[in-house]
Ligand binder design. Structure first.
Ligand SMILES: NC(=O)c1ccc[n+]([C@@H]2O[C@H](COP(=O)([O-])OP(=O)(O)OC[C@H]3O[C@@H](n4cnc5c(N)ncnc54)[C@H](O)[C@@H]3O)[C@@H](O)[C@H]2O)c1
Length: 346
């Protein structure tokens, strides 16, 4: 199955969703990966690759290494292996590897090509598509980066066979996000099908990638519609921040964030209680957490302003509008938000 992402300036690229086939690259290439992923999947990728010259750049595993220091180590590897402007980086790993490889590619000699080979469910359905790359710093997550589209994305669902169950659930949260805000039929399909079945997960990946590709084609630089992909994230980022990024996986925090956003949507009449329950039930089917106890409501509210999407002191909320549609608004009063947050403080 192939999805094409259509972008201005002849930047279109293909996303292949299938078992890896032969990938031929007629220049030097570097695979950027980490020890966890390489132990499982590096040989498999190498067996599918034909390059002029190949080297492996292994960086430490973990979100805490998603920083400029690691970017520098990738760049040093590129210089030491004398990569030129035609060379290619290949990201083999989850969203952390993909975001960093893409960012390194965007700045090495003013920008070289890169390929995404995502190995987590979250990166297969979301992070590898759309060209957002970057790293964290002490001011927050993904605050340094670039829009830099990959040349191609190869999504092989067989990588998921080694993925821990929690990581799988975190990816499903992003699938639910896409269905709940953009595609009612897909949501209803998810309600009655089991994503632990391989044909089903392959189809769910395809549907999610099609949705993301369509959204990015409309709004590559997130001037409008693309912000809808942050459904659950406004709340989720606060939860991640309050828990020092060490309690919930990103997708899990987004899962709880969707439940909170739904409570707000119910409060202002965009979503029915019954629809909100259906979204929660779907998350719970995959053991994704849906509850969080807010300790200090005012403090939680203030945290919203740390989000880079909060402009001019206004908080941008992405809310489900029924199932399969959404609304982006920065017009909700503090009183209403506080009332909803109090519902999570009991
Ligand atoms: N660029 C985007 O549009 C975008 C979108 C969403 C998230 N992200 C970013 O993605 C990151 C989260 O990505 P993630 O959830 O993939 O986390 P991750 O990259 O940290 O991977 C999670 C863990 O799974 C391991 N792993 C990866 N593939 C595996 C496999 N097949 N088998 C066993 N273990 C495997 C990794 O080594 C890691 O320990 C965050 O940094 C987030 O900011 C980016």
């Amino acid at each position: 199955m192939t999805v094409t992402i259509q972008l201005p300036h002849n930047n279109d690229y293909n996303i292949f969703i299938d078992k890896l086939k032969k990938i031929t690259i007629d220049t030097k290439a570097v695979i950027v990966t980490n020890p966890t992923v390489s132990a499982f999947h590096l040989n498999y990728l190498k067996n599918s690759l034909e390059t002029k010259e190949l080297s492996i750049c292994t960086i430490p595993d973990g979100e805490q290494y998603k920083n400029m220091e690691t970017i520098d180590s990738i760049l040093v590897h590129c210089f030491e292996h004398r990569l030129d402007r035609k060379s290619i980086l290949i990201a083999l790993g989850g969203g952390v590897i993909g975001d960093m490889t893409g960012f390194a590619a965007s700045i090495y000699q003013r920008g070289i090509d890169f390929i995404q080979v995502p190995t987590t469910l979250l990166s297969q359905v979301d992070a590898s598509v759309g060209g957002k790359t970057g790293v964290n710093n002490k001011y927050g997550k993904n605050l340094i980066g670039a829009f830099w589209q990959p040349r191609t994305v190869y999504i092989d669902p067989s990588f998921l066979s080694t993925l821990p169950k929690r990581e799988f659930g975190a990816g499903i949260a992003e699938i639910v996000k896409m269905a709940a805000t953009f595609n009612k039929d897909f949501f209803e399909w998810l309600e009655v099908n089991d994503l632990n079945v391989s044909e089903n997960i392959q189809l769910a990946i395809q549907k999610s990638v099609e949705t993301k590709a369509w959204v990015v084609s409309q709004d590559e630089r997130e001037r409008g519609l693309r912000a809808a992909l942050n459904y659950g994230h406004t709340f989720g980022h606060v939860i991640e921040n309050e828990t020092n990024y060490n309690t919930y996986l990103h997708g899990e925090a987004v899962g709880i964030g969707m439940v909170m956003a739904n409570a707000l949507a119910v409060e202002i009449g965009l979503l029915s209680v019954e629809e909100s329950k259906r979204i929660t039930t779907l998350l719970q089917k995959y053991s994704i957490p849906t509850q969080y106890k807010i300790k200090d409501v005012e403090d939680f509210y203030e945290h919203f302003f740390l989000d880079k999407k909060s402009l001019d002191n206004k908080i941008k909320f992405i809310l489900a509008k029924g199932i399969g549609d959404c609304e982006i608004t920065d017009q909700i009063s503090k009183d209403v938000v506080i009332k909803v947050l109090k519902g999570f403080a009991k």
